[in-house]
Ligand binder design. Structure first.
Ligand code: AMP
Length: 190
């Protein structure tokens, strides 16, 4: 299984990614996690991207594609993989297609976890109201910004994969177990 998992921030994508990769024994590749690790290590890459991450903006396509190309070449990806947080732009989708086509390992599943806009907005808002002090309010603000970035840059990927006839949508409203069951049904082709 070579899976791309799509969905807005706050849709529970990370949680589903963990469940899927455990069940199907494939590596979970989260570009956000890779970048946060580098920030924590204060590596040259980490120092370079920290401000971008803090602002909820996207790092450049070239930078992220260099990272993912390296990661996909590691031997554990021979048994498949799940991509979480990448691609984030149409340009990244196209570059990913090229990388995978060269390796003769095209995607097998593109799954989008769908959550209505209002539900995401409410989650972001309640986070802001529930928390106290400037810092947490800031992060509600950043969360709202990240959602806007998602809508403009990443949401168009659904149409990109739909045109290739490989998009499967899963209702992301429900308990973790309910959503996971829906995801597994799609992955197992039911
Ligand atoms: P995530 O954990 O996937 O929400 O990613 C956290 C942050 O890492 C994002 O807000 C971006 O700043 C950066 N990031 C992760 N993946 C990508 C990507 N594919 N393209 C650009 N920036 C990314």
């Amino acid at each position: 299984m070579r899976i791309v998992l799509l969905g807005p921030p706050g849709a529970g994508k990370g949680t589903q990614a963990l469940l899927i990769t455990k069940k199907y024994a494939i590596p979970h590749i989260s570009t956000g996690e890779i970048l946060r690790e580098q920030v924590a290590l204060q590596s040259p890459l980490g120092l370079k991207v920290k401000a971008t991450l803090d602002a909820g903006e996207l790092v450049t396509d070239d930078l992220i594609m260099a990272i993912i190309k390296d990661r996909l070449e590691r031997p554990d990806c021979a048994k498949g993989f799940l991509l979480d947080g990448i691609p984030r732009t149409i340009n990244q989708s196209e570059m990913l297609d090229v990388i995978l086509a060269r390796a003769a390992t095209p995607l097998t599943h593109v799954v989008q976890i769908t959550v209505p806009q209002q539900v995401i907005m409410d989650r972001i808002k309640s986070r802001g109201v529930a928390s106290q002090g400037g810092r947490s309010d800031d992060s509600a603000e950043v969360a709202a910004h990240r959602y806007q970035v998602y809508l403009t840059q990443t949401a168009p990927l659904a149409a990109f994969y739909r045109d290739q006839d490989c998009l499967r949508e899963v209702d992301g409203v429900g308990t973790v177990d309910e959503v996971f069951e829906r995801v597994c049904r799609v992955l197992e082709g039911a």
